[in-house]
Design a protein around this ligand. Structure first.
Ligand SMILES: [Fe+2]
Length: 261
């Protein structure tokens, strides 16, 4: 593999999601209901742009096979048809509903400046034709799809933590089955994402070939990583109060039933 792609992978690995205190806390099973709700509310606007970001790249890829790889990725994202699930964004909203936040609230919540900065970065590098698309492939596509597994000290994947620790029902943890189910013995975050990351790397091998383009991709990736971590940090700082109990779906459900009586 080229040194350039290895450099990108190393950058992503060094500042992977599990280096963020937000993910560490969630994966430790300590997240409050409020924090999980705000996690969904504040992650959703970025995910809401995801397929359009990929489309911006796909529209500029001349190679048929590679473009098809991206279109297949988008088709699965928008429909869930290839994995017999549903639109991925919907499964994220389903997770939100299982922690007590409605679709309407998620879709209408104000967007924090740190979240807006991530969206603006992603639109700039993927959808703005004045920037070579390889910057978007490195700093959006590969960054998202090329994450190492999200696992805690006990070797549990995010899917397992959602199911076994927060005790969410299937509808609540299904999003993580397709996005964060790999365990420690795997290099990729999930089977699906591994496929997508291979396409991203192939595009870079094929089209990001000059020192100038490669440096641009590295610089944009560094910026994207910084923006993403600032966005994670602000969610934790604003919405986590250690005095609040960790969320457990079964306990919350019981309370909901009692309140409805
Ligand atoms: Fe997805």
């Amino acid at each position: 593999m080229s040194d350039f792609i290895k450099t990108l992978e190393q950058m992503i690995c060094d500042q992977r999601k599990m280096t963020s205190p937000l993910y560490q806390l969630i994966m430790d099973g300590k997240a409050s209901q409020k924090l999980l709700q705000e996690f969904v509310i504040n992650r959703w606007p970025i995910k809401n742009f995801w397929t359009r970001n990929i489309l911006g790249i796909a529209s500029r890829i001349d190679d048929y096979e590679l473009r098809c790889g991206l279109i297949t990725n988008i088709y699965e994202e928008e429909t869930g048809a290839l994995t017999n699930s549903c639109r991925h964004l919907q499964s994220f909203v389903d997770f939100g509903e299982q922690v007590g936040v409605s679709k309407e609230t998620i879709e209408n919540a104000p967007i924090l400046p740190e979240t807006r900065a991530v969206i603006e970065h992603n639109v700039h590098v993927c959808n703005d034709s004045t920037v070579h698309f390889s910057a978007g492939v490195a700093s959006v596509l590969l960054l998202m799809e090329g994450q190492p597994p999200i696992i805690n000290d006990r070797g549990q994947s995010m899917q397992k933590v959602m199911r076994d620790v927060y005790q969410l029902p299937h509808k609540g943890y299904d999003f993580f089955t397709h996005h964060a189910s790999s365990e420690g013995d795997q290099e990729h975050i999930s089977e699906l994402e591994d496929d997508h990351a291979s396409t991203a790397k192939e595009i870079l091998r094929r089209y990001c070939t000059t020192p100038k383009l490669q440096q641009q991709a590295i610089d944009y990736l560094a910026k994207a990583i910084d923006l993403r971590h600032l966005h994670f940090d602000v969610i934790l700082e604003r919405y986590y109060n250690p005095s609040e109990p960790p969320f457990r779906w079964t306990v919350w459900q019981e309370k909901e039933l009692v309140s409805q009586r």
